[in-house]
Each structure stands twice: as structure tokens, then as C-alpha cells.
Write a protein that binds this ligand. Structure first.
Ligand code: G6P
Length: 595
């Protein structure tokens, strides 16, 4: 949520900062801006829209500065406007700040500043920060600027990653709390960014909470909470988050949907090569009575499938909830509970606050994430990494496939530990991934897309595991096609929603569980009797009177994998026909770092 970038070096900063911001755009893209030092003054350029607009604006000017900070915004406080775009500046235009996060006590601090005559041109929570730094400045040495920054951040509540420029000083000052900030020493200069994948090759470092950094032409210096110089450990990881571009597809999302099979195969391979899964399973699940699973969005749907499998295959009681709701209905958690957190980015604020809560209850914690350097990976007792590579589109697709691979392997291992039989084998998971590659274009979907594009509302329906698949399918369709799409358990229809059905209604029905076939067919009759249309996704050879049948080839328990891919392709096609930019759906951001 908001991406920040900065460069200091011997080259012109603009291409480095803009390239970095472009790679961070999935964190927000409603406005963008840069600030830089030029001729001893602080200059700023801000535009509405994405980084392409910023690039166009930059090309109108001669900017040869080699010290620059930049921002791509997802609005939290203040509507989308140039005034609310970052960088935000002090009244005196001597301090510029880019911020990712949220300042919870900004109202009080703003009132305090206003009472001393400071005026505000934006509605952001950020604008207080440059003004507070300005008020705390006693001079322009590194020590004095860091001191002003620390005095400021000590009064801030909430989360933040900040990069700061001070006029006449050719350096970037940075700090962070509960928000990621990464640094690289590269051949071209020194850089800072919100995510590892946005940075070029070189020695990389991650800032710890309430630590500080100063980036100058000579290098990067780090300071701890007491402002003592420290050496941070170089990140010892191969950069799995490198941006590989569209690879010939017309969007990141299209490419990532096509990579679902690879995501499963790579994840399985890496889990077998490392023994992370074995260790976590033996330590956590030998004597486990309760499991609590929390996550957000697509990751939560993976969590619901995990919960279903653990209850059904392993017989372990599971509680599954939205991370954002979890604290309002806290389940019983103690030292015998295993809490599982799933997050593609590993930075989702709601999920992380649940980890903190679980830790206060002495629960044992397991994280599943795609980003090894993420906060989640560092917070949990055990971490299992998916190996899907960088996912850039806002809508999560291939990482979900990798999460499903982990879930199926985890369930298999737990069954083994508990001496229970498991309905599927490792080979079945790989077979399923291979079949996924052959599902590239489901021909009937073009015709279906032409019909559905005009609908204002759709339903995705199923029973049992199919209902969990439906939840993810409906989310994908609504987030990229903007068509209202509701997932419901089929049996619930006649308890209310059937009232909406007429001969203009379209339902996507999932039927992949043989033991639920008869009941599902009865429900289909209830729908078609009301004149509504049915698109059936099934792995069975059945003759039912519906508008379209899409066949998938898989065993019942693994059906979420191909069924979700079909729904991902449908969501993509609907977005494309409606000329929506699937990589940047309106109002959404990939990494939601505020609660
Ligand atoms: C946002 C994204 C979703 C994602 C969710 C959870 O809402 O738009 O695609 O599923 O956050 O993100 P996480 O990184 O925790 O999996």
C-alpha cells in the first residue's frame, strides 16, 4: 500500500527512481510524485494516475539531480488529488517526505502544529511529518537531521516507512516501523525501496523497526534505536522476487495465471529439497488439538481450503476467520493451539496483527508466504515459503496455486504423522499441476464472456469444497471485471437469494464432489426452474440440462486447483472485453499495509 523509492549516486537519479516506482505500482497507482535536490533547493513534481503519467511529466523538464525520492500512492487519508500526492513538504519547503503506512494519531499532532501557525494544504496524515521534522531541526549535519527525525517518529503512532530529503543536503534519511524498507548497494548507486523486487542487483539490506539509514554518494550508513552506528546483515537470499516483465502476455495477470502449474511444481520441488515442511509438521502437529487459520483476500480462501482438509482428512478442529475480524471474535487460543497465517506478501497489516495477538497467547505459529524477507516470515515460529516467483498483478493467482501446493503437501504430511490415510498422493498433486498447463484456453469461455459482460450481477455456487472454490472465483471476477459476483453455498439459495433469480440471472455452479452430486443436481433444477441460466464446471460425466458445461480433469479433493484456474481465466476474459486494466483494478492495492 503505497510504494516508496529513493536514489543517491553519481548518475542522474530519475530513471532509477521511476523504474523502481513502476515496479512498485501494484502497491498503489492513484497518483505519483518525486522530490529531488537541484541547485541547492528542494523541487517536487506530482501527478494524478500512475508512473507512466509521472514519466511523461518528467520528460517535460530537465532534471539532472542525483538525489531523489519518489512515491506511488494508494489513498488512505485524503481523496485522490495532486495536493494529497507525495512527496509532502513542510511549510518552509525545506523538508520533503514520502510515506508508506498510516499515522494513527495524526489528528492530534496536526492540531498541535496548527496551533503554532503551521498550515496544511493536503488532507493526508503524512503532511504533519515534514513539518514536525522542520520544527525539530537544529542544524544540517547528519546527527542533527537524524535527531530531528527520531524526535518526530517517537511521537508517531501507527506504521510507517519514511524517506526524507532536506534542502541543501544531498542525502536521503530513512526510517521505518512495521513497514518494509529495503536498501541496495549497486554498481549504479545506492537505493531504497518498499520491496526487494523493485531494487536492482547488489548487496541488499532490510531496515529493522525504528532503525535509521543515511544514504549518501559514499554509501549507506545504518543506525540503531539509540542512534549508534550498526552493521546490518546482508540479506542472504537469492532474489526470488525479480520482475520478469510480461513475457509476451498482454498483462502481468495473464502471465501469472498461465504460470500456475510452474508455481505448484517449483513449490513442491523446493519443499522436498528443503526440510522446512518436515520440521514444521513434526514440531507443530504431533500433539495438536486445535488449529486457528487467519488471512485476508485470496490467502484466506487458501486458508479455508486448508481448514476443510485438516478437518476432513486429519480430523483436527479448525477455526478459520478473516484477519480483519479475528480480534472481534477471538477464538480460544493457548499454548496448545497452532495458529496458521497465510499471506502472499507477508506484509498485510491485519494478518500481522493477528500474529502478534497469537503470540501474546503463547500459541505456536506457522506462516505461509511467498516473500522470504517479509515481516511475517520473521515473526512466526515456522515459515513455509511458496516458490511462485514475483507476483505483480493486484489479483493474486499463481501464488494461490503455490499456496494450494503447500496445503496439500502439509495435509499429506500431517496424515502421515497421525497415521491416517490421505485421499491424494504427491504424484496426484504434480499430475494436477501438469494438467493445469493444458487448460490454457477453455474455448467455451469466449462465448460465455460475451454473455456475462453485460450482467450487473453473477453468482458462483457450490457445496462443501466447491463452495470454497466459489468464494475465490467470485472474488477474482469482481475485483478485475467490476461485476458484482456473489459466492453462496448452494443449499443456502432457497433461504433468501433465490428471490433474486429470473430468466436474466446467470449462475456458475461447481460440481466436483461425487458424494454431493445428487444434491447439487437438485439445486441446479431449482435454479433453472426459475428461468435462470447455469454454467456448470465439473469433473464428472453427467447429463444435466444447463446452458454450458466446462469439463475439468481432476480427482475430487484436488478440484480447487483446476476449477479456480478456469475462474481466473474467465475473470481475465471479462476484464479484457470490458477494457479494464487487470493489473491495476480500481480502488485496490496488492500489499495492504494498513488495517
Ligand atoms: C489484497 C490483494 C489481494 C490479496 C490480499 C491479501 O487485498 O488485493 O490479492 O489476496 O490483499 O494479501 P496477502 O499479501 O496477505 O496475501
Amino acid at each position: 500500500m503505497c510504494g516508496i523509492a529513493g536514489y543517491v549516486g553519481y548518475k542522474v537519479a530519475t530513471p532509477f527512481v521511476l523504474d523502481c516506482l513502476q515496479k512498485l505500482e501494484y502497491r498503489g497507482y492513484d497518483s505519483a510524485g518525486i522530490a529531488f535536490t537541484q541547485n541547492d533547493s528542494l523541487c517536487r513534481l506530482r501527478v494524478l494516475g500512475g508512473v507512466d503519467n509521472l514519466k511523461r511529466a518528467v520528460s517535460q523538464d530537465v532534471i539532472d539531480s542525483s538525489v531523489m525520492i519518489g512515491h506511488t500512492r494508494w489513498a488512505t487519508h485524503g481523496r485522490v488529488s495532486v495536493e494529497n500526492a507525495h512527496p509532502q513538504m513542510s511549510n518552509h519547503h525545506d523538508v520533503a517526505v514520502v510515506h508508506n503506512g498510516i499515522i494513527e494519531n495524526f489528528d492530534n499532532l496536526k492540531a498541535e502544529l496548527q496551533s503554532t501557525g503551521v498550515t496544511f494544504e493536503s488532507q493526508t496524515d503524512t503532511e504533519i511529518i515534514p513539518n514536525m521534522i522542520h520544527n525539530n531541526l537544529t542544524g544540517y549535519t547528519d546527527t542533527q537531521i537524524l535527531d530531528a527525525l527520531q524526535k518526530t517518529t517517537r511521537r508517531l503512532q501507527g506504521s510507517f516507512a519514511l524517506c526524507v530529503l532536506v534542502s541543501k543536503v544531498d542525502k536521503i534519511f530513512a526510517t521505518a516501523r512495521f513497514s518494509p524498507l529495503l536498501f541496495v548497494k549497486s554498481d549504479y548507486g545506492f537505493m531504497v525501496a518498499s520491496d526487494l523486487g523493485a531494487l536492482p542487483n547488489g548487496e541488499k539490506y532490510k531496515l529493522l523497526d525504528d532503525y535509521f539509514a543515511v544514504i549518501s554518494k559514499e554509501g549507506i550508513s545504518f543506525f540503531d534505536k539509540d542512534m549508534q552506528p550498526v552493521t546490518l546483515q546482508k540479506l542472504d537470499i537469492t532474489n526470488t522476487q525479480q520482475d520478469e516483465g510480461h513475457l509476451g502476455f498482454d498483462s502481468y495477470m495473464a502471465k501469472e495465471v498461465s504460470q500456475g502449474g510452474d508455481a505448484i511444481r517449483n513449490t513442491c520441488k523446493n519443499l522436498i529439497e528443503s526440510n522446512a515442511l518436515d520440521i514444521a509438521c513434526t514440531e507443530l502437529f504431533t500433539h495438536t488439538f486445535r488449529i486457528v487459520i487467519t488471512a485476508c483476500g485470496t490467502a484466506l480462501h487458501a486458508g479455508r481450503i486448508l481448514g476443510y482438509m485438516l478437518q476432513k482428512e486429519c480430523g483436527i478442529e479448525c477455526v478459520i476467520d478473516y484477519a480483519s475480524e479475528f480480534r472481534y471474535f477471538p477464538p480460544h487460543i493457548d499454548e496448545e493451539t497452532v495458529c496458521i497465517f497465510i499471506s502472499q506478501s507477508g506484509e498485510t497489516a491485519d494478518t500481522l496483527s493477528c500474529v502478534e495477538f497469537a503470540k501474546t497467547k503463547q500459541a505456536r505459529t506457522l506462516g505461509i508466504t511467498n516473500v522470504p524477507t517479509s515481516r511475517l516470515a520473521g515473526m512466526v515460529d515456522y515459515c513455509i515459503l511458496s516458490s511462485a516467483g514475483a507476483e505483480r498483478a493486484v489479483a493474486s493467482t499463481k501464488v494461490l496455486m503455490a499456496q494450494l501446493a503447500i496445503i496439500y503437501m502439509l495435509v499429506q504430511k500431517i496424515c502421515k504423522i497421525l497415521n491416517k490415510s490421505c485421499e491424494f498422493s504427491f504424484k496426484d498433486i504434480l499430475d494436477c499441476a501438469n494438467k493445469l498447463d493444458r487448460l490454457k484456453s477453455v474455448s467455451k469461455l469466449d462465448k460465455i464472456t460475451r454473455i456475462l459482460q453485460h450482467k450487473q450481477s453473477l453468482f458462483v455456487l457450490g457445496r462443501g469444497l466447491d463452495y470454497l472454490t466459489a468464494l475465490e472465483g467470485a472474488l477474482k471476477i469482481k475485483e478485475v471485471s467490476y461485476i458484482h459476483c456473489e459466492a453462496l453455498p448452494l443449499g443456502e439459495l432457497k433461504h433468501g437469494s433465490l428471490a433474486l433469480f429470473n430468466n436474466d440471472s446467470y449462475c456458475i455452479v461447481l460440481m466436483t464432489q461425487k458424494h454431493l452430486m445428487a444434491k447439487t443436481i437438485n439445486n441446479i433444477h431449482e435454479i433453472t426452474t426459475r428461468g435462470a441460466h447455469v454454467i456448470l464446471i465439473t469433473n464428472m460425466d453427467v447429463s444435466v440440462d444447463v446452458d454450458y458445461v466446462i469439463k475439468i480433469d481432476c480427482q475430487d479433493t484436488l478440484s480447487p486447483i483446476p476449477a479456480i484456474k478456469v475462474l481466473q481465466i474467465l475473470a481475465l476474459k471479462l476484464a479484457k472485453i470490458k477494457k479494464i486494466d487487470v493489473d491495476k483494478p480500481r480502488n485496490l492495492a496488492k500489499s495492504v499495509t494498513v488495517e
